[in-house]
Design a protein around this ligand. Sequence first.
Ligand SMILES: [Zn+2]
Length: 330
Amino acid sequence: MQYNNDNDRQIYREELAPRLPKRIFDAHVHVWSRDSVPSGTTYPERSYKNFTGGTFTLEQWREAMKEILPEQEHWLNCFDCPAKETYRDKVPPVNHKNEFAMVLVSPADPAELVQERIERSGAIGLKPYLNYAAEVLNKPSNDVEINEMLTPEQLRMLDAKGLAITLHIPRSGRFADKLNQRQMIALCENYPNIKFIFAHIGRAYFMRNIRESNIEEFAKYPNAYFDTAMVNSTEILRYAFDHFPTKRILFGTDSPIALLRGKSVEINNQYAYLMGENYSIGTSIIDHEHSVHFTTFFYEQLRGILDAAPAGAAEDILFNNAYKLFTNLC
Ligand SMILES: [Zn+2]
């Protein structure tokens, strides 16, 4: 499958390649195969899962990266898709050298079972998701609290092992939500050996959300990290880089979603994904008329980081920070 067109290749050559480090670490990738789900599983027509043919295996990721970043060495941290149908005992078969993986976890999974999955797979941490808690608690996923996504037993086990969690925070107020803010800080405080990677910069995809966040408060917790997955706004990235140590910000893309053509944009204190092709991811506005030429979210995210990063920080964000973090976890 081909991801780049001539215009993308030109963007890479002219805008990205001269400024990118030789190694790129993507800390947020979803990887899954036919074995991850019951046979016969199909996805809604406009699901991104169909875009890569119904799977996104490590082999597909490696092939895609050769095309998208042809001059770089590629590293990743990955997890399966946190969907109801996914088998949580299947962990992506990474090589543990430049590839790392996390185990999907539901609050319904006993801590001993989760520990066994971590040890068997060599995973470096956990990936909880609000939908799993919503299912267990039988409540709408928007009402789930961070404290309901993992059990104290799971957290204690992970703290004892000193591993990581990639946390996609819940609730419609996201990073501006006071309850989220308190519970995020409490996690960092109560489990000092767990590395908390708050995904998508706390899902703050528009300026008011990050301005009303407490991101600067996390600076004093050395176990707090943020990943940049799907944030392509230079303004939001710059705000994060100005208010939190850049040594603890990790580049992440949310591939294979990031391989689609599109750009997230801020509209009247909200955000939407402008989609250059006929797939739907969250709040999407699809350009059916092909009014503009899009590049991929992947390249838009790299542009955003390269433009927003303070002098000398891009290589840390794009590689060094994740390298230090993940190679120390195994
Ligand atoms: Zn994700």
